[in-house]
Design a protein around this ligand. Structure first.
Ligand code: NDP
Length: 281
C-alpha cells in the first residue's frame, strides 16, 4: 500500500504559491486568524496555520478574544478586521461560543476574504461548480491530494462518509465537478459497509476514531482519511483503522501527516489568490 504523504502535496502547493507571488507588488498578503477562547483544538490548528504561512513567506496575525465576549462586541471587532485593507484573508476558528450568532458572521465576512468558504456566496459557488469562489480548505485538500498523486477522479465511484458543511457536503460537490460518481454516507445510512466497499475512492470524514476498517475497504481502493481524533491511548488518529486496511487499499493517507498538512497549504494558496485579486492582479 502506498502512503500518500501530506508533506509532499504541501511542497507542490508551495511551488505554486511561490510562482503566484511573483510579480505581486507590496508586502506579502496577510492572513487574520480569529479565535474566541482557548480551545486546544483551535490552538493546535492555529499553530499549524501560522507555521505554514511563515514557511510559505506569507504574513499572519492572530486575533484572540475572550470566551465570554458578547455578540455585539465580537461583531464590532470582526467587522473591523473584515474591513482592514491590510488583511487579505480571514480564518475564523469555529464553532464560536453559543452567545455569538455564527450565521450572522458567515453573512458578514467579505466573500473575497473568506478563505475557508463559510459565506453563503462562496458556498453557492462551490455548489454551482464555479471555481471563482473559495471552497472549504479541507474539502479542497482532498482533491489536491488526489491530483498531486496523479489519481484520476473522472468516472470513479467515490464514497464520502460524513455530510457536514465543512467537509462532506462541499467535498461531494468538488468531486462531482471532477466527474466522479458520488455517494454520501451519514449516521442514517443503512449499510455503511457495502456503500464503502464499492468505493474506488473512499473518504472518511466522520470524526470517529478508527470506525472504518478492513470490512469497509474494497480491494485496491484509495482511502483518504480526513478525521482527526484521539485514540484510547491519547494518540492522534484518523477515522480509519490503518493496519486493517493495509492488505486491501492500494493507497491511503496517514493521520497525522496526511490531509491536515494539505489543508493549511490550501489556506495559503487561497490567501495569495485573495491578495492578488484585491490588488487587481
Ligand atoms: P461533524 O461532526 O460536523 O460531521 C460528521 C459527519 O459524519 C456527520 O455528517 C455524521 O452524520 C457523520 N458520521 C458520524 N458518525 C458516523 C457513523 N458512525 N456512520 C456514518 N456517518 C457518521 O464533523 P466534521 O465534518 O467537522 O469533521 C469530520 C472529521 O474531520 C473530524 O474528525 C474533524 O476533526 C476532521 N477535520 C479535519 C480537518 C483537517 O484539516 N484534516 C479539518 C476539519 C475537520 P450525521 O450528519 O448523520 O450526524
Amino acid at each position: 500500500m502506498k502512503i500518500l504523504k501530506g508533506a509532499e502535496v504541501s511542497a507542490k502547493i508551495k511551488e505554486q504559491v511561490t510562482q503566484m507571488m511573483e510579480g505581486l507588488e507590496g508586502p506579502a498578503p496577510k492572513l487574520a486568524i480569529v479565535r474566541v477562547g482557548e480551545k486546544p483544538d483551535d490552538m493546535s490548528y492555529e499553530r499549524g496555520a501560522v507555521k505554514k504561512m511563515e514557511n510559505f513567506g506569507l504574513r499572519v496575525q492572530t486575533y484572540v478574544f475572550p470566551e465570554q465576549i458578547s455578540d455585539s462586541d465580537f461583531k464590532a471587532e470582526f467587522s473591523a478586521i473584515n474591513r482592514d485593507p491590510d488583511v487579505s484573508g480571514i480564518l475564523l476558528l469555529r464553532p464560536l461560543p453559543k452567545q455569538i450568532a455564527e450565521t450572522d458572521i458567515e453573512k458578514m465576512i467579505d466573500p473575497e476574504k473568506d478563505l475557508d468558504g463559510i459565506s453563503p456566496a462562496n458556498i453557492a459557488k462551490v455548489f454551482a461548480g464555479d471555481k471563482t469562489g473559495f471552497a472549504p480548505c479541507t474539502a479542497e485538500a482532498v482533491i489536491e491530494v488526489l491530483k498531486a498523486n496523479e489519481i484520476d477522479i473522472t468516472g470513479k465511484n467515490v464514497t464520502i462518509v460524513g455530510r457536514s458543511m465543512v467537509v462532506g457536503r462541499p467535498l461531494s460537490m468538488l468531486m462531482l465537478k471532477e466527474n466522479a460518481t458520488v455517494t454520501i454516507c451519514h449516521t442514517r445510512t443503512r449499510d455503511l459497509e457495502t456503500e464503502c466497499r464499492r468505493a474506488e475512492i473512499l473518504v472518511a470524514a466522520a470524526g470517529k476514531a478508527k470506525m472504518l476498517d478492513g470490512r469497509h475497504v474494497g480491494q485496491d481502493a484509495i482511502v483518504i482519511d480526513v478525521g482527526i481524533n484521539v485514540d484510547e491511548n491519547g494518540k492522534l488518529c484518523g477515522d480509519v483503522d490503518f493496519p486493517s486496511i493495509e492488505p486491501l487499499a492500494s493507497m491511503a493517507t496517514p493521520v497525522p501527516g496526511g490531509v491536515g498538512a494539505v489543508t493549511t497549504a490550501v489556506l495559503a494558496k487561497h490567501l495569495v489568490l485573495a491578495g492578488r485579486r484585491q490588488r487587481g492582479n
